[in-house]
Write a new protein. Structure first.
Ligand SMILES: Nc1nc2c(ncn2[C@@H]2O[C@H](COP(=O)(O)OP(=O)(O)OP(=O)(O)O)[C@@H](O)[C@H]2O)c(=O)[nH]1
Ligand SMILES: [Mg+2]
Length: 327
């Protein structure tokens, strides 16, 4: 698939931003950054670098949605940092909250790792459905996560990806998704009601993936739950991912799980690990919802801050934190 996004690689953020400016001009929009630090023996032959993903400024963007992209007018590192674009965002494989603890190797208790791994193994789901919908409470990270998934499928794999949003409740919400879609050059539709949803999904039938963003609602309201169910029935996605922030308390998780006991959730996608008090919140969420885990997000940066951990890797992260905290 052809997208509008280009990748710029340099040894530091300033040089990468200069490359972006030279290639795309001052109105370029930065969709995300990635930094790479070789570890262990790799340091011998690999050098650290940063990558910036940027596209040409999309016309008619809403100024109300700054978090979707960063205009290049902030061409200094300080300016970029102020906008949350910093070199050194977490490497894909390790949640940032745990990165510091890498400095203390050997503290993991092998028995605990084995135990967690056995527990986690059947609770992780790697299945990548052709169509999926993201649902969840307000502000959990649905739209940001959708952009991360879209980038993964469209930019990294070259798949044809179509986006749908139901989010027409707030000014700026549609533009938020639209901004991501336009920067990545992806087709996108707005579907406010079930007939529009059916039409939107049908019109994207040629795509390899259809990713559906829904508006965050207060699910204590029965009407909000009913509307969501009707939209999902019309969309008929292969999977429905509950996007839930790991800053959510256990009681709130239990309340939410109660609302969706009868369906239609397929898996959980846990966000904001970087803000969570402990990675063990992830275990709590899996216990409360009794659903498999699809992915974890660990920061605001599109496309990198999403993690598809293996059972062993996650078990090590959990055990390592437990040992470090308890020590
Ligand atoms: N720290 C952190 N912030 C995140 C993460 N994912 C998303 N966010 C931030 O959370 C805020 C809300 O993200 P959105 O993607 O708009 O959340 P949403 O679920 O679409 O929100 P609604 O549509 O209002 O329900 C934004 O500021 C995101 O940058 C994450 O993994 N870590
Ligand atoms: Mg949203």
């Amino acid at each position: 698939m052809t997208t509008n996004v280009e990748r710029f690689r340099a040894s530091d953020m300033t040089s990468a931003l200069m490359q972006v400016r030279q290639a795309l001009g001052p109105d370029a929009l930065i969709i995300g950054t990635r930094s790479y630090q070789p570890s262990g023996i790799r340091k011998l032959w690999e050098r650290p670098y940063v990558e910036v993903f940027a596209g040409r400024g999309a016309p008619q963007q809403s100024p109300a949605v700054p978090q979707a992209s960063v205009p290049l007018s902030a061409t200094t590192v300080a300016g970029a940092q102020a906008m949350g674009v910093v070199p050194g965002s977490a490497p894909v494989a390790t949640p940032p909250s745990l990165a510091a603890r890498e400095a203390f190797p050997g503290v993991t208790a092998d028995a605990a790792v084995d135990e967690y791994e056995r527990w986690l193994q059947p609770r992780l789901s790697r299945f990548e459905p052709r169509s999926l919908a993201l649902v969840g409470p307000t502000g959990g990270g649905k739209t940001t996560t959708l952009a991360k998934l879209a980038a993964r499928y469209a930019l990294d794999r070259g798949e044809r990806v179509g986006l749908v949003t139901t989010d027409t409740y707030r000014i700026g919400a549609v533009h938020h998704l639209q901004t991501y879609a336009e920067i990545m050059g992806l087709p996108w539709k707005v579907a406010q009601d079930p007939p529009a949803m059916r039409e939107a999904v049908a019109s994207l039938a040629y795509c390899d993936r259809i990713l559906i963003d829904t508006s965050g609602r207060n699910f204590r309201r029965e009407e909000a739950r009913r509307e969501l169910l009707a939209l999902l029935a019309a969309a008929n996605p292969e999977s429905v991912e509950l996007v839930l922030s790991l800053t959510t308390g256990k009681e709130e998780m239990e309340e939410l799980a109660g609302y969706f006991k009868e369906g239609p959730l397929t898996r959980v996608l846990l966000t904001k690990l970087d803000e969570a008090s402990s990675i063990r919140k992830l275990v709590t969420a899996l216990q409360v919802f009794e659903l498999p885990l699809f992915a974890v997000t660990n920061g605001q940066m599109v496309p990198d801050d999403i993690w598809f951990p293996g059972a062993r890797q996650l078990a090590q992260a959990i055990a390592r934190e437990a040992v470090t905290i308890d020590a």
